[in-house]
Design a protein around this ligand. Sequence first.
Ligand code: GDP
Ligand code: IMO
Ligand code: MG
Length: 425
Amino acid sequence: MPVTVVVGAQWGDEGKAKVIDLLSKEHTFVVRYQGGHNAGHTVVVDGEKYALQLIPSGVLYEHVIPVIANGVVVDLPTLFAEVDMLEKRGVSCSELKVSSRAHLIFPWHQAHDAIAEAMRGDDKIGTTLKGIGPAYADKARRVGIRAGDVIDPERFATLVRERATAENKLITEAGGDPLDVDEMVERFSELGERLAPFVCDTISLLHNGLDRGAHVLLEGAQATFLDLDHGTYPYVTSSNPTAGGACAGSGLGPRDIDRIVGITKAYTTRVGAGPFPTELLDDDGETLGRVGKEFGTVTGRARRTGWLDCVMLRHAVRLNSLTELALTKLDILDGFEKVKICTAYRRNGQLVDDYPDRSDILAEIEPVYEELDGWGTALSEKREPGQLPDQAREFLDIVEREVGVPIKVVGVGAERDDYLVWTSS
Ligand code: GDP
Ligand code: IMO
Ligand code: MG
């Protein structure tokens, strides 16, 4: 399969990085196609934890060429902090490529993110405050500065100075602190110089690679229900993580893609505000958070938790043309006496057929659950479907039946090898 997309099927943090790490073995290019350093992607290798925000998770393999494609918004201080962290730990980033078309994030984007959140008062989105929304807004307004602009240092410095000066006016008018323009120009000129050798036309790079028979893995950040168009607006991010966004964000065409893997946890989590039909505000929710270590990699915020929602997953199959699912963190359900799976939605006592198109409607949903007995056994050592207890097999069978696509991989622990290849009974 030359081109595979990995996309989050819920609200993020599904364990995409672990599955990407697993699939990277068979791919030459691993490509981030949207989002920025709002992502927190964790891979654990021999007890060593690698938390990545911008560099594709495939970087841990020597044979992989990591690519930051045109759809990503790049924060240079974070990018180079990550390069330094990886190199210090013996992971080479010399093959990293950054698209000349990728837009850059600047401190004024972070200032605008903070001002916009403060202005929303109690109605905050709960963004990561990384400047993601304002950077994509500048791209849409056609005033963004792109990675390719660093190739001419003098022009780059002028662009940064002009934009910083203009943005400073808006920031101070909104009650924010002015940014030090000279300091910013100097700092970003140095960062731009460091970026220049990594910049290239990643679209030609990927197509030429495909022509030579290379395999490409497209790594989604965020997730389907955080998608700007298809998520729970306005409680979304500002890019398109859905599989369609993988084409726009990488320059590959829809017919280049063969396989689209949706990642779901065995339950559901969400960081930040917005509707969440299966959210648990009781002891079970607390247990999921504690046992699942559900704290944001980027912000450290506690993630909200709830039971698995197959209505969401069915919609994710439609939106992304998912060919299969990878289900992670099944081991986190080990200790539960009863486990629930949401199979339908009701609103005002009536079954809801189509996925609600408005967040206020989604907030009124009552989930319909199928309840199963728990398995009361630790799954972390299981490596074959036949080793799973009957109740865990039943759980996976119900998910496949309800969602309508096969589960191919099941995660049973955080380590690289803690998974089993699933085939239903
Ligand atoms: P991503 O943003 O989708 O890549 O996911 P994150 O890395 O933010 O969050 C997933 C967390 O779950 C990470 O800490 C992973 O190490 C961990 N993880 C992934 N798969 C499994 C699994 O099957 N079992 C357990 N216990 N942890 C997992
Ligand atoms: P990964 O790739 C979970 C959420 C934020 C907020 C909303 C908008 O690790 O799955 P933004 O800063 O993007 O404008 O915030 O989106 N969010 C994520 N939640 N995982 C992520 O990434 C997220 N990236 C953004 O919490 O609710
Ligand atoms: Mg994450």
